[in-house]
Design a protein around this ligand. Structure first.
Ligand SMILES: NC(=O)c1ccc[n+]([C@@H]2O[C@H](COP(=O)([O-])OP(=O)(O)OC[C@H]3O[C@@H](n4cnc5c(N)ncnc54)[C@H](O)[C@@H]3O)[C@@H](O)[C@H]2O)c1
Length: 347
C-alpha cells in the first residue's frame, strides 16, 4: 500500500504533528511549510526526509501530499484549510477551529463541498482519564447532571505574548486565556454537559500588557437545565490546575487535567473500593495510566494517528469541525457577554 503523504503547515506546535507522523507506519512526512526561514532551517535538521516549502501554493500543488496539518496562528485556520481542501488535500486543523463561528463555518462548508476530510485537534478528549468520565456520564451513573465547575488556572509570562506577535490580540488570537488556553476545557465542558443555552460573563486584563483578556469568569446555563461556572486565566502563578468537576444527583467526579481526583458513585457496590481503583489508575496522569493500557495513545500523537487512519480507512476523524465550532461559539459568546454586560443566548 502506498504510504499517506503528510505535510505540516506552520512549524511551532506543528513540530509535534511532524513527530507524530513519524511514528505511524502507514504515513510518510512528505513536506513542511513555514514562511520563517529559521523555522525551515531547524526543520531541515530535524526531518531530513521532508520537502521544505516557504510557499503555501507550492505546498498544495505537491502531489505527494495527501493530508495537511494546519498549525498557523488561529485567525488563518479557515483561510488556509479551505484553500487546501479545494486543492484536494485532507486537513487536520489546530484548535481553535478559527476565531469566529462565521469563519469556522467556512471550513464545514468546504469539507462538504470538496468531499475532503477535516479533523480538529482537541486532544484533551483523549486524555486517558476522559474515557471513564465520558462513559460514566453517558451511562447516566451521575444521575441528573446539575452542576459543573471548570477552571483553567494557568500562567504565562509577558514574554510569551511578546514572542508570538499574534498572541493576545483580537485580530489574530481572537481573545486571550479563554480562546487560546481554555478552549480545550470549553470543548470538554460542552462535550460532557451538552449544548449551552446562555452565558453571563465578565473579563479583565489583570497582569499582562495585551489587548484582549487574561481572566474570564462565566456563569453557563445548559439546554438541559444544568448550570456551570467557568473561569480561565493566564495569571495564576506559576500555573495551578485545570479543574473539570461534574456533580449529579447520583454521583460526583472531580478531575484535574489528565488526572481524576474524586470519584463517588451512589450506584456502586462498593463506593470506596471503586474510587480507590479509579484513582490508582487515573490519579497520576496520562503517562502513568498508559503503562496500564498499552497501545492506547493520547495527546497530539493520538489525534494525528487518528487523522491518518481516517484517510486510510475512508472514515471521519474523531473530532469534526461541526463539533469544534461549538467551543468557538461559546468563547465568542463569553466575550460578547463581557463586553455588553448582558446574558448572551446561543441559538
Ligand atoms: N493543541 C494544542 O495543545 C496547541 C498547542 C499550541 C498551539 N496550538 C494552536 O496551534 C496554532 C499555532 O500555534 P503555535 O504556538 O505553534 O504558534 P507559532 O507562532 O509558534 O507558530 C506558527 C508558525 O506559523 C508560521 N506561519 C505564519 N503564517 C504563515 C503562512 N502564511 N504560511 C506558512 N507559515 C506561516 C509562523 O512563521 C510560525 O512558525 C494556534 O492556532 C494555536 O492555538 C495548539
Amino acid at each position: 500500500m502506498k504510504k499517506i503523504g503528510y505535510a505540516v503547515l506552520g512549524l511551532g506546535i506543528g513540530l509535534a504533528h511532524a513527530d507524530a507522523v513519524l511514528t505511524h507506519p502507514d504515513a510518510t512526512l512528505a513536506a513542511l511549510c513555514d514562511i520563517d526561514p529559521k523555522k525551515l532551517e531547524k526543520a531541515a535538521g530535524l526531518y531530513p526526509g521532508a520537502k521544505l516549502y516557504d510557499d503555501f501554493e507550492a505546498l498544495i500543488a505537491d502531489e505527494n501530499v495527501d493530508i495537511i496539518s494546519v498549525c498557523l496562528p488561529s485567525h488563518l485556520h479557515a483561510d488556509y484549510a479551505v484553500r487546501a481542501m479545494r486543492a484536494g488535500k485532507h486537513v487536520l486543523i489546530e484548535k481553535p477551529l478559527d476565531i469566529t463561528p462565521e469563519r469556522a463555518a467556512l471550513i464545514i462548508e468546504a469539507a462538504k463541498e470538496t468531499g475532503m476530510r477535516a479533523g480538529v485537534v482537541h486532544q484533551n478528549r483523549f486524555n486517558l482519564n476522559m474515557y471513564p468520565i465520558k462513559e460514566a456520564v453517558e451511562n447516566g451513573r451521575l444521575g441528573k447532571l446539575f452542576l459543573g465547575t471548570f477552571a483553567v488556572k494557568w500562567y504565562r509570562e509577558q514574554k510569551y505574548y511578546d514572542r508570538g506577535g499574534w498572541r493576545g490580540t483580537w485580530e489574530c488570537d481572537g481573545g486571550g486565556s479563554l480562546m487560546n488556553q481554555a478552549v480545550h476545557t470549553v470543548d470538554l465542558m460542552q462535550w460532557l454537559m451538552g449544548d449551552v443555552e446562555s452565558v453571563t460573563s465578565t473579563m479583565d486584563i489583570c497582569h499582562h500588557k495585551i489587548d484582549t483578556e487574561d481572566m474570564t469568569a462565566s456563569l453557563i446555563k445548559f439546554k438541559s437545565g444544568a448550570t456551570a461556572t467557568f473561569v480561565s486565566t493566564t495569571c495564576a502563578y506559576p500555573g495551578i490546575s485545570t479543574e473539570i468537576m461534574l456533580y449529579g444527583t447520583q454521583g460526583s467526579i472531580e478531575a484535574d487535567a489528565d488526572m481524576i481526583r474524586t470519584w463517588k458513585m451512589a450506584d456502586s457496590d462498593d463506593e470506596d473500593e471503586e474510587e480507590e481503583e479509579i484513582l490508582a489508575r487515573y490519579g497520576k496522569g496520562n503517562r502513568a495510566a498508559a503503562k496500564l493500557e498499552p497501545g492506547r495513545s493520547y495527546g497530539h500523537e493520538h489525534v494525528i494517528h487518528d487523522m491518518i487512519e481516517a484517510v486510510r480507512d475512508g472514515r471521519d476523524p474523531q473530532v469534526l469541525p461541526e463539533e469544534a465550532i461549538k467551543s468557538v461559539r461559546i468563547v465568542c459568546s463569553v466575550y460578547e457577554s463581557a463586553r455588553t454586560k448582558k446574558t448572551v443566548f446561543i441559538p
